[in-house]
Design a binder for this molecule. Structure first.
Ligand SMILES: [Zn+2]
Length: 127
């Protein structure tokens, strides 16, 4: 049995978190999934050069996919917090750091951790 390297584990985790957020918005179609795969391939190279960046992978993959979706389909993920006004996308914060979250800059709130968008958008409030 080959032990899976920590970097590979981090890549798998980042991929799973972004796919979970895509599934939450029901945009996890085959071509969108391939955007995630493309990002993971590029980030694998990146993190091999800089293993300390492993914790940044979920935020980076999320932003890669967000950029790719913007070119092809439009804004993602749409803000679930602001009920009125123009639809707008959430941003990843920090752009380059551990523990990335989706934030709405309009409302100034953290909406959910990357990977937990489903709970924020469709779930019941925890409080
Ligand atoms: Zn908003």
């Amino acid at each position: 049995m080959d032990p899976v390297s920590p970097l590979e584990q981090a890549l798998h985790a980042a991929r799973a978190r972004v796919l979970a957020d895509l599934a939450a918005d029901e945009v996890a179609q085959p071509d969108v999934v391939s955007m995630v795969e493309n990002s993971v391939v590029e980030r694998r190279w990146w993190v091999e050069q800089w293993p300390d960046g492993a914790a940044y992978l979920p935020g980076l993959v999320a932003q890669d996919v967000q950029d790719a979706l913007l070119e092809r389909y439009g804004r993602w993920p749409l803000c679930p917090v602001c009920g009125s006004g123009d639809p707008h996308a959430l941003d990843v914060e920090p752009e380059l750091g551990p523990d990335p979250h989706w934030v709405c800059h309009k409302a100034g709130v953290r909406v959910a951790a990357v990977g937990s968008l489903g709970a924020a958008a469709g779930g019941t409030p925890s409080s």
